[in-house]
Design a protein around this ligand. Structure first.
Ligand code: UD1
Length: 420
């Protein structure tokens, strides 16, 4: 088993260029089967979720090659509309394939992603969006059978602006004759990126980034070479890591405008942040101040994917911070490990109260999910002594070698094998 070993106390200093966003690459990979031509994706990070998505495409009959960060998808051999069971259970994003498969075959069979029952990891909004386009859906024995033979363009309204469900409907509708309107659509930047990708393939999609997206059906999409947007969460994580250490860093290839909610919190904590068109410089004070309250919201509110990293900053800030998680119910699972490192975090339902302490101490801790793992690394950077973050494979789902990024900025961090 691999772990990150961190010796705390080093100030982060230097420059780093941010890789493309996992959450942009995944839907774009799914959308690549909407054409018969080759699709070239530049600057793809080496992430396990992206590798799994590539394997899913291969199982469906596509040829997928990766070389020097460029992924090439050749969908000519696409021949299956049934999603591979084992792989689908490995990544929740496998659900993104539903819309494109129905668009191509007018039918699809998928298992519930992650193998969970619908009550626990719901996909009801995805299914509701497709039903509103005329897809008949039968849920049976953990499988979802979709019949799109009577599919047509129309109006879709979401009860909640789900990112994945919005993307699924966009991909399902690009080839339907007429105009589809998606109301109460999610406004995340990765949805704008998917729109840009689809339009580069010849689709007619507009309105992404607002509450209403319009999709005018076209007959055929063509191949394209595309560079997915940079990862705002990786950028935010590195800024938080620098802030945790009183550091001074400059990040390049940053989607600056998509990070305003994060900048606002970091400024509230005492950091100074200078923005250029696609770069950002952060200077952190010796000790951060607590923030008053952080509430996660759909974009442009504070991103849930940055919540736990900010919580890891608050643990050593001066004063008491309040964090409210409104998007996912289970995102405080790392509070126990932070407390074992000397933090004072009290969790009650969707709220965490964080009393800043003077010192954190290194400990052996374990990532339980992707962002929580990154947060433990941030805690390790500000702790006295050595921290071991186990289950680094969870961090690898979304950070292309976190230890390399932090190491280049001056952290004392390495990946070690803990097998005895
Ligand atoms: C995407 C991101 C994820 C991010 C999240 C919110 C990708 C690959 N992942 O996930 O990193 O944290 O947006 O910004 O892009 N929900 C339902 N029914 C559904 C779908 C979702 O109840 O059918 C609920 C979820 O349980 C959650 C909330 O809606 O509580 C938000 O989920 P959603 O916006 O769909 O997030 P994802 O697309 O899964």
């Amino acid at each position: 088993m691999n772990a990150l070993r961190i010796r705390g106390g080093r100030r982060l200093n230097g420059e780093w260029s941010i890789h493309s966003a996992k959450n942009a690459v995944l839907p774009v990979l799914a959308a690549s089967i909407l054409t018969n031509d080759r699709v070239y994706l530049n600057d793809c990070p080496d992430l396990s979720d992206i590798r799994y998505m590539g394997e899913i495409l291969q199982t469906l009959g596509c040829d997928v090659q990766t070389q020097n960060g460029m992924m090439t998808v050749d969908p000519q051999g696409l021949c299956r509309w049934e999603m591979p069971d084992e792989l689908s259970k490995k990544i929740r994003s496998s659900i993104f394939m539903l819309g494109p498969i129905i668009a191509r075959f007018r039918r699809a069979t998928v298992t519930f992603p992650g193998g969970c029952e619908i009550g626990l990891r719901p996909i009801d909004l995805h299914l509701s969006g497709l039903r509103q386009l005329g897809v008949s859906i039968l849920e049976e024995g953990g499988m979802i059978h979709c019949d799109g033979s009577r599919m047509r363009a129309g109006t879709v309204h979401f009860d909640y602006p789900s990112v994945g469900a919005t993307e699924n409907v966009m991909m399902a509708a690009v080839g339907l004759r007429g105009t589809t309107l998606v109301h109460n659509a999610a406004r995340e930047p990765e949805i704008v990126d998917l729109q840009n990708f689809l339009c580069a393939m010849g689709a007619r999609v507009s309105g992404a980034g607002t509450h209403t997206i319009a999709i005018e059906g076209v007959k055929r999409l063509h191949g394209v070479a595309y560079t997915p947007m940079p990862d705002r969460i990786v950028a935010g994580t590195l800024l938080a890591a620098a802030a945790a250490t009183g550091g001074n860093v400059r990040l390049r290839n940053v989607p600056v405008q998509d990070l305003y909610a994060v900048f606002a919190k970091l400024r509230e904590m005492g950091c100074s942040i200078d923005e250029d068109a696609d770069a950002v410089t952060l200077h952190a004070p010796e000790r951060l101040w607590a923030f008053h309250q952080l509430q996660t919201q759909p974009h442009p509110g504070f991103p849930t994917d940055m919540q736990v990293q900010m919580l890891a900053l608050a643990v050593r800030a001066q004063g008491t911070s309040v964090v409210v998680e409104n998007v996912f119910e289970n995102r405080f699972t790392h509070a126990g490990d932070l407390n074992r490192m000397g933090a004072d975090v009290m969790v009650n339902g969707r709220t965490a109260i964080v009393k800043g302490v003077d010192r954190l101490y290194g400990a052996r801790v374990a990532a339980r999910d992707l962002r929580g793992g990154a947060a433990l690394a941030i805690a390790g950077l500000q702790a006295e002594g050595e921290t071991l973050v186990e289950h680094v494979e969870l961090i690898d789902r979304g950070y292309d070698k976190l230890e390399q990024m932090l190491g280049a900025l001056g952290a004392d961090i390495c990946r070690i094998c803990t097998d005895t």
